[in-house]
Design a protein around this ligand. Structure first.
Ligand code: ADP
Ligand code: MG
Length: 153
């Protein structure tokens, strides 16, 4: 499976990786972000949203679990499942419907909803490395592979 790794020395590096990802975002894409607390997942989403032209505030939806960004033609749902522990809540909140071919879903802490979430196109993991981070990306679908090719370019 096509994979990609890069050292991200500082926050601007994480933001530019997010902005680079904006170029391969299309309706239906699922992007999952793994990594410990403080690894830079929300920072990457902020870079991605900036890359898509969104200028407002971006913070992790820790309590609400999901935040919608309606950007020109696409709906991007930003999930944070850090506090998710109840599969019943998944049904009640209607999360299944968010994962549709028209919307982009970006998920922090996908491991907390393992077994419920559909598989991602692109799987990213951020790992602490010195004062920076290393990102590991794996493409699981054709669209995911295309993103990896773009990141490598
Ligand atoms: P998470 O959502 O994974 O919990 P955040 O995106 O909130 O993490 O980031 C936590 C902190 O890490 C922020 O202060 C951010 O500036 C910093 N950060 C992000 N990327 C990097 C990086 N590549 N190197 C060093 N610090 C980073
Ligand atoms: Mg976060």
């Amino acid at each position: 499976r096509p994979a990609f790794s890069r050292f991200l020395p500082d926050e601007p590096a994480t933001l530019s990786l997010g902005a680079a990802l904006a170029e391969c975002i299309a309706p239906g894409l699922r992007l999952y972000l793994g990594g410990d607390l403080g690894a830079g997942k929300t920072t990457l989403v902020r870079g991605l949203l900036r890359g898509l032209g969104y200028r407002g505030k971006v913070k992790s939806p820790t309590f609400t679990l999901v935040e919608l960004y309606a950007i020109s033609s696409l709906d991007l749902y930003h999930f944070d499942f850090y506090r998710f522990d109840d599969p019943v809540e998944w049904e009640h909140a209607g999360f299944r419907e968010y994962f549709n071919p028209r919307s982009v879903c970006v998920v922090e802490w996908p491991d907390k909803a393992a077994g419920i979430l559909p598989p991602p196109d692109l799987d990213l993991r951020l790992v602490f490395h010195g004062s920076g981070r290393i990102v590991h990306a794996v493409g699981n679908t054709d669209r995911g592979h295309q993103c990896i090719q773009r990141l490598k370019a």
